[in-house]
Design a protein around this ligand. Sequence first.
Ligand SMILES: Nc1ncnc2c1ncn2[C@@H]1O[C@H](COP(=O)(O)OP(=O)(O)OP(=O)(O)O)[C@@H](O)[C@H]1O
Ligand SMILES: [Mg+2]
Length: 253
Amino acid sequence: MKVVAVYSIKGGVGKTTTAVNLAWEAARDFRVLLWDLDPQGAATYLLQVKPKLKGGVDSLVRGKTATGTAVRSTPYEQLDVLPADDSYRELDLMLDAAKKSTQRIEKVLESVADDYDVVILDCPPGASLVAENAMRAADIVVVPLVPSPLSLRSLDQVKGIVAESSRPAPILGFLSMVDRRKSVHWEAVESLHAERKEVADIVVPSAVVVERMGTERAPVATYAPRAEAALAYEELSKRVLSAVKAKRAKPKR
Ligand SMILES: Nc1ncnc2c1ncn2[C@@H]1O[C@H](COP(=O)(O)OP(=O)(O)OP(=O)(O)O)[C@@H](O)[C@H]1O
Ligand SMILES: [Mg+2]
């Protein structure tokens, strides 16, 4: 089982959009679990799952709820969700109070290691204990970068947090919400990929078709498979899965 964390300290850069589209792409070949770690529950909503976690996240991170029983299926084959609800607002405090407080997410996932080939973590923004947990569990950290002079800074902040982890994962950045009419976006696209080896030459354009995910409650490729954004997420998924060497594990039964 390989764990992909979609993360940035910055809010609103396209983490959830990326997590949902990556999860759908990966589910074409693998058994995928998307874990929504954000109390906003946007990934849960986009995949048409009820924002309800029996017993709350406290019980899950303490090992009192079996992970498998909290998982919900989506309209898509091989794609399940571990939904977020309001209890996630207190997740940081709960982690802080728990033993081995940076390894709780990793621990929760251990029990479903035979059920899924790929786990996607949709992280909330910010440098929290939730983020530290996600970085510790991750085999790769995917970072959406909105082109601006500040995007290098947000990439470096993520690098700093990953470097502090007891198990640092490689980082894969890509350009998100790119508006080609803006010269500052063009410049950032060119310089980021040229200057930073961890930034892939993948560009997800800022597009109405992506915004439509909110009304369709579906990944882009399900209703606009030829859209530039859908193709960019397809390519991103290929790179991520090959970087972590995802493979189909044999089911237990
Ligand atoms: N490529 C894109 N083109 C147009 N709109 C986009 C694109 N990517 C994301 N959006 C929109 O931008 C908003 C923020 O995206 P998203 O929720 O994925 O960001 P986030 O980083 O997960 O935010 P948060 O930090 O709040 O979790 C959403 O309304 C989403 O529909
Ligand atoms: Mg989000």
